[in-house]
Design a protein around this ligand. Structure first.
Ligand code: DOR
Ligand code: ZN
Length: 343
């Protein structure tokens, strides 16, 4: 197959940032996705409906010329106001809530420190059929960085599923076979997004001939056996697994540094990267489920009516996306070619 036409995909997990970076990166997402779940980990984070309205307006201003709907999220803190949150959800301002365990990743210092403090908020979300999105890593110093997803699942996620029995949860950027198994074991209640980098690369990519900071993201790339499990899950067509790029731009000089930022800016190449995986797995017939159907189904949202065609035709990915007065951002596959393009 050299061409595939599907309902327009959505990105169920993206970092669009703010200010000049937002202006430089948002168009890449808006060009090929109909909607995207926009992460709230700005500095300071988006924690109220009023802040989300203002941020949404800045995103919309950055994507003029595209038909694109940003779906906003609220950053859960120990002090989240359930009333403001649920009112924001009912008013169509918030689509979901993002839980970062405190200090798990970029701008997560305000994250949740104790579930007792947010129990009321989680119950209100369940009552109103609002989704909780979790960054699935337990950021304890004594836990090996490669084991933090499993620790999160065992110590936080499984108890949370019991604690608030009707809450639907998305495990963002699942990276392990253990995570895949847990999603399968909780059909309908637990979904998972999968990134292109976790489908294409294992942890060797981080050390290939030297330290490769542009492959560094959180959760970190894992062993090959996990990558293979993710590929099977993504291409299975099973409703629990859907597209979420976790495109996370950082300026080049902040990644190529003694203490480089976590995040892969994959938006310019994400769809081509996913298509490569589905082609290699002989599963292009399952691509629409992963990219365009399973996500809306899990969120209880309508599917997109617009259709788009992707062709097997090489596309050059620029080496650096300029950001006014700040530098540039190096995309995944930047300076090289990918073999699928949007028609
Ligand atoms: O690699 C990551 N980068 N993982 C995250 O969870 C956050 C993201 C970011 O905001 O840069
Ligand atoms: Zn993310």
């Amino acid at each position: 197959m050299t061409e595939i036409t599907i309902r327009k995909p959505d990105d169920w997990h993206v970092h669009l940032r703010d200010g000049e970076v937002l202006k430089s990166v948002a168009g890449f997402t808006a060009a090929c996705f109909a909607r995207a779940i926009v992460m709230p980990n700005l500095a300071p984070p988006v924690t109220t409906a009023r802040e989300a309205v203002a941020y949404r307006a800045r995103v919309e201003a950055a994507v003029t010329g595209h038909t694109f709907t940003p779906l906003m999220t609220c950053y859960l803190t120990d002090n989240t106001d359930a009333k403001d949150l649920i009112a924001g959800f009912k008013d169509g301002i918030f689509t979901a809530v993002k839980l970062y365990p405190a200090h798990a990743t970029t701008n997560s210092a305000a994250g949740v420190t104790s579930f007792d403090k947010v129990q009321g908020v989680l119950e209100a979300m369940a009552e109103n059929d609002m989704r909780l999105l979790v960054h699935g890593e337990l950021p304890k110093a004594e836990i090996d960085v490669f084991d933090r997803e499993k620790a999160f699942i065992d110590e936080i996620l499984l108890p949370l599923l019991d604690r608030v029995p009707s809450l639907k949860i998305v495990m963002e950027h699942v990276t392990t076979s253990h995570g895949v198994d847990v999603v399968r074991a909780h059909k309908g209640r637990l979904g998972a997004t999968i990134t292109p980098q976790h489908l294409l690369f294992n942890r060797n990519a981080l050390f290939n001939g030297g330290l490769r900071p542009h492959f560094y993201c959180l959760p970190v790339l894992k062993r090959e056996e996990h990558r293979l499990a993710l590929r099977k899950a993504a291409t299975s067509g099973e409703p629990g697994f859907f597209l979420g790029t976790d495109s996370a731009p950082h300026l080049r000089h902040l990644k190529e540094a003694a203490c480089g930022c976590a995040g892969v800016f994959n938006a310019p190449a994400a769809l081509a990267a996913y298509l490569r995986v589905f082609e290699e797995e002989n599963a292009l017939d399952k691509f629409e489920a992963f990219a365009s159907l399973n996500g809306p189904e899990f969120y209880g949202l309508p599917v997109n009516e617009e259709r788009v065609t992707f062709r097997k035709k090489p596309q050059f990915i620029c080496d650096g996306v300029p950001v006014d007065k700040m530098g540039e951002i190096h995309p995944m596959f930047g300076g090289g070619e990918v073999d699928w393009s949007m028609a």
